[in-house]
Design a protein around this ligand. Structure first.
Ligand SMILES: Nc1ncnc2c1ncn2[C@@H]1O[C@H](COP(=O)(O)OP(=O)(O)OP(=O)(O)O)[C@@H](O)[C@H]1O
Ligand SMILES: [Mg+2]
Length: 229
């Protein structure tokens, strides 16, 4: 599904070049569950950003389903991003003035989905995540775990191939963390999505099939797990 070939991402900060990624080669298969772990400032978010086509590498290739993301035109890349990649963030990033249902519906706006169909899909996805009775709540009226579930619903409603999560449990207590990880794992298994989770939390990373450790802009895949599932 993904083939990363000698990927580099350099940021130029006033003549000071930061080598966020410095020669990353990595394959991610269809329906893989990969955790990306590593100390702060080592390029985890940068790598996730490239996987999601939110930015382009300085050099090297990020190939997704045979397409070189760095070489796609802006329009093609935006289209691919909208349909193939779902994003989940540490801080949920919900729109505070929209209800849970409206936040999820918003993910369908780039598509030719009618209003009634958007509402149907949003409610169905909220229901799948156990939030049927919270559809009309504003984010501020929900707990952290519930807000993250709404954010996951927003990422999933368009039926993406890949779910990319950046520290999705970073703002949650331990019990809620375990609940969200169990939920992501269930969705990964039931929906056959490819799941990539950036985390500094070893108890989260342990759930993955493989752990990519990123340090100094380079990646080493530490273990191949054979979990009984
Ligand atoms: N847009 C940018 N402009 C300049 N420098 C950047 C930019 N994005 C990231 N960097 C730098 O690249 C390096 C890697 O950043 P990145 O956000 O990928 O780290 P991270 O591993 O996700 O860290 P954290 O665990 O703190 O989230 C850092 O030195 C960071 O300052
Ligand atoms: Mg980060």
């Amino acid at each position: 599904m993904y083939q990363l070939i000698d990927v580099r991402k350099y940021f130029d900060r006033g003549g000071n070049v930061v080598r966020a990624l410095d020669g990353v080669s990595l394959a991610i298969g269809e329906n893989d569950f990969l955790a990306i772990q590593g100390p702060t400032g080592q390029g985890k978010t940068t790598l996730l950003t490239l996987l999601g086509g939110l930015d382009r590498p300085s050099s090297g290739q990020v190939i997704f389903d045979g397409r070189d993301l760095g070489a796609l035109g802006e329009g093609d890349l935006a289209e691919l991003r909208a349909e193939a990649f779902g994003f989940v963030f540490q801080t949920f990033n919900l729109i505070p003035t929209l209800t849970a249902k409206e936040n999820v519906e918003a993910a369908l706006v780039p598509f030719r989905t009618g209003k009634a169909e958007r509402t149907r899909k949003a409610l169905e996805t909220l229901d799948e995540l156990g939030l049927a009775d919270r559809a009309t709540h504003l984010p501020g009226e929900l707990s952290g775990g519930q807000q993250q579930r709404v954010a996951i619903a927003r990422a999933l409603v368009k039926d993406p191939k890949v779910l990319l999560a950046d520290e999705p449990t970073g703002n949650l207590d331990e019990d809620t963390r375990d609940e969200i990880v169990a939920l992501l794992e269930r969705l990964w298994r039931d929906r056959g999505i490819t799941l990539v989770i950036v985390t500094h939390d070893s108890s989260v990373a342990r759930r993955a099939q493989r752990i990519a450790i990123i340090k100094g802009g380079r990646v080493s895949v530490r273990k191949e797990q054979a979990l009984a599932r």
